[in-house]
Design a binder for this molecule. Structure first.
Ligand SMILES: CC(=O)SCCNC(=O)CCNC(=O)[C@H](O)C(C)(C)COP(=O)(O)OP(=O)(O)OC[C@H]1O[C@@H](n2cnc3c(N)ncnc32)[C@H](O)[C@@H]1OP(=O)(O)O
Ligand SMILES: CC(C)C(=O)C(=O)O
Length: 683
């Protein structure tokens, strides 16, 4: 079996320059899609499809386009005529045709091109030993004679042709041709055509059947380049096929070896295993900071047009352009991408250095959010990235592992990918479970009407104006949102509690269930308003970032919530009752009550200009401290049994009665509010 095939002959080189060269300049690209690509299709294109394909190639930036083998069929001929007669060839684009060394084919091909301003007339004849002996049954001299005769026919017709003719010659099957013979035939053709440095010809050295490794192709190109006649009047071109899967590598090494021009096709479409894929190759230059001389930013548009025309698809894993190319499922890769992107943003880096991403997906219009996709292989970094990229949600580091575990479980149980919306739903559910307090809208309305009634001055501080878009963050049952709306503003309200949101909606408010640390809004609001909510948010920096993000530049943030010392006596009484009853477990204070200075510093560090951040002592009447505990402290005692709960309430009540209750005025809670007004700076 192993004697059936022979090793591809290596080239003996005294010195080899290409291995030390670097790819500093992209070659001239020549698309052969409409000829070589077309001849690979089961259903070759008709004229309208060819026209559409031609236009896509022009839009991608090709300046040399081989459009046909005009003598092959009437369609090929008519396509040439259509492009020329309908004036579809831009002035900076040169069209080419492929023609065998047969007189009537040469005559007909010139006929097809009549009227074109500038053409590449590409003559070819096979030169390999096997072709000479078996297909043509001619000696070496006769094959050279055929080529030289072909040149004479081309010269004669070129002289009659009105436009400029760039002559191209291919010793077809160069890859299987002995180098001395390839050189002999090429030099005979160069001599017969007589190119000059001002009017050079193209010598195309095809890897017609790719049978050797790219380094040998490079050796062959360098070998030829060193020896051909009139090197300064010849543009060396390559035409690599992909039979060994190395066409792009062959083309790149050939360029290092002196090739100045590369023929190939979009996505490598072509006979057998195809041609050199010029999309990949152009991006290979681009990704090294070399001008690719093609409109790579338009690639998705161009490829969607081309694949629709020829009825193919871009493979998911195709380099640079596959749908999955900029997506990572695996946890450690996701983590590295997330950190790389964050580092880039934080440092405003210009050069691209994000692990696992060859180029910036945005360069070709792909979204960053697709860079990370979630399944059972994913980790915390990836899951956090998805929520940040898709919804602007910052998952606190403390919650990331639990979230990733929940997502992984879901993916393993169900199989397959977990979409961003599903990750978000899992996160919301976790947040609701983790919410310290539970809320009941009816009870709230009955016993906590004071919360909104006392907040009207905060609405005044907000001073909503007609037509402004205002976010009410933590709207509760919606009374303040109604007040703001009455002043002509357009209000969107959010609250973590579905019962409250329901109640706000019943008042005609556009309300949603949403956490203050997971707002999806970006530059949407003229103002963000919040009353009696932010002391419940245990990730204050995350909330401030979300608020800033939701605001338009210059937008204001007006809020009131519990500040340093708020309900201090109540908190202390609860703590002491817990201390007296070790069976209740540790007392956990759920609230964030900052000082004015602390909150001001937080806002300023997140890009706000703070107009005021003041603590205001406001003893607040409540109907009964027991109701207050039921409403606002139920999270602290959620784990207690009912007898323990009664005991807790009774003991807290007894402790507070001497200071917070009077017979004439009833119960007052020692509220201290932090009232804030700040403006989003235009950073
Ligand atoms: C590697 C490449 O991609 S090269 C391009 C290949 N593309 C094509 O062949 C597509 C278009 N081809 C065609 O439509 C036809 O093959 C035609 C019109 C060129 C010729 O068709 P036909 O006359 O029917 O002959 P056929 O297709 O069998 O070709 C074989 C003949 O062409 C000769 N021939 C093949 N290539 C060449 C050439 N480049 N120069 C001169 N003669 C050639 C062969 O020696 C053979 O001649 P013979 O009949 O004297 O033995
Ligand atoms: C005619 C030549 C350039 C060709 O298509 C090939 O050798 O593959």
């Amino acid at each position: 079996m192993y004697t059936k095939y022979r090793p591809y002959p290596a080239v003996t080189m005294e010195k080899r320059a290409w291995a030390d060269n670097t790819a500093d300049v992209a070659p001239v690209w020549a698309s052969t899609d409409l000829r070589d690509g077309n001849q690979a299709l089961k259903n070759p294109m008709d004229i309208p499809r060819k026209v559409a394909y031609f236009q896509a190639l022009v839009d991608f930036g090709f300046k040399e386009i081989e459009i046909a083998y005009p003598s092959a069929s009437q369609t090929e001929f008519d396509f040439c005529r259509t492009l020329i007669e309908d004036g579809m060839i831009p002035d900076d684009v040169t069209v080419g045709v492929l023609v065998p060394a047969i007189e009537r084919h040469i005559v007909r091909s010139f006929e097809a091109l009549r009227g074109a301003k500038r053409i590449i007339f590409h003559l070819y004849n096979p030169t390999a030993a096997n072709q000479r002996d078996v297909v043509f049954r001619r000696t070496e001299e006769a094959i050279i004679g055929l080529a030289v005769q072909g040149v004479a026919w081309v010269r004669r017709e070129a002289e009659r042709f009105g436009g400029e003719v760039v002559f191209e010659y291919s010793p077809e099957s160069f890859s299987q041709t002995e180098l001395p013979f390839a050189l002999a035939v090429s030099n005979a053709v160069i001599d017969a055509w007589g190119p000059t440095p001002q009017s050079p010809m193209i010598l195309n050295l095809p890897n017609t059947l790719e049978a050797g490794s790219p380094n040998i192709y490079a050796d062959r190109i360098e070998w030829m380049g060193e020896r051909i006649a009139q090197r300064e009047s010849v543009v060396i071109s390559v035409h690599p096929h992909n039979d060994r899967g190395c066409a792009v590598a062959s083309a790149e090494l050939a360029v290092l070896a002196g090739a100045q021009r590369v023929e190939g096709t979009m996505l490598g479409n072509g006979e057998r295993a195809g041609n050199a894929d010029l999309v990949t190759m152009a991006f290979n230059y681009y990704a090294q900071g070399v001008d690719p001389r093609l409109n790579v930013g338009k690639v998705d548009d161009v490829l969607s047009r081309i694949t629709a025309i020829i009825g193919t698809e871009v493979a998911e894993r195709h380099p640079y352009v596959g749908a999955m190319i900029y997506s990572a499922f695996s946890g450690t890769h996701q983590d590295a991408i997330k950190k790389g992107m964050e580092h880039r943003r934080a440092n405003n880096t210009h050069t691209w250095e994000v692990p696992y991403l060859a180029i910036d997906p945005a360069d070709i219009g792909r979204a960053y959010k697709d860079a990370v996709r979630i399944n059972s292989q994913s980790g915390k970094g990836g899951v956090a990235y998805v929520l940040k990229a898709c919804y602007g949600i910052e998952v606190p580091a403390s919650e990331q592992t639990a979230l990733a575990d929940a997502v992984k479980k879901r993916s393993e149980a169900r199989g397959g990918e977990i979409g961003a919306d599903e990750v978000r739903a899992i996160y919301e559910q976790m947040a609701q479970r983790a919410e310290a307090n539970s809320w009941n809208a009816a009870q709230y309305a009955r016993h906590a009407g004071f919360v909104s009634a006392l907040a009207l001055p905060v609405v005044e501080l907000l001073s909503p104006r007609e037509g402004e878009r205002i976010l009410d963050l933590g709207c509760g049952e919606g009374s303040l949102a109604v007040e703001i709306q009455k002043r002509g503003a357009d209000v969107v309200a959010v609250d973590l509690n579905a019962d409250m949101v329901e109640s706000a909606r019943a008042k005609g408010i556009d309300a949603y269930v949403m956490s203050a640390t997971r707002l999806p809004f970006e530059r949407r609001f003229d103002a963000v308003f919040s009353n009696a909510v932010l002391h419940w948010v245990t990730e204050p920096r995350t909330a401030v970032r979300q608020i800033r993000r939701a605001l338009k530049p210059g937008g204001r943030f007006v809020a009131e919530f519990g500040g340093h010392g708020n309900a201090a006596q109540v908190v202390e009484a609860m703590r002491m009752v817990f201390e007296r009853h070790p069976e209740f477990g540790p007392f956990e204070n759920p609230w964030y009550f900052p000082t004015g200075a602390e909150y001001r510093a937080l806002l300023e560090s997140e890009g706000f200009r703070v107009a005021s951040a003041e603590l205001i002592a406001r003893p607040t009447p409540v109907d009964d401290i027991a109701h207050w505990l039921d409403l606002f402290a139920n999270g602290i005692v959620a784990h207690l049994e009912s007898a323990q709960l009664s005991c807790f309430k009774q003991e807290v009540r007894t402790r507070l009665e001497p200071t917070l209750y009077t017979a004439s005025e009833g119960w007052h809670v020692d509220y201290v509010r932090l009232k804030v007004k700040a403006v989003k700076e235009n950073l």
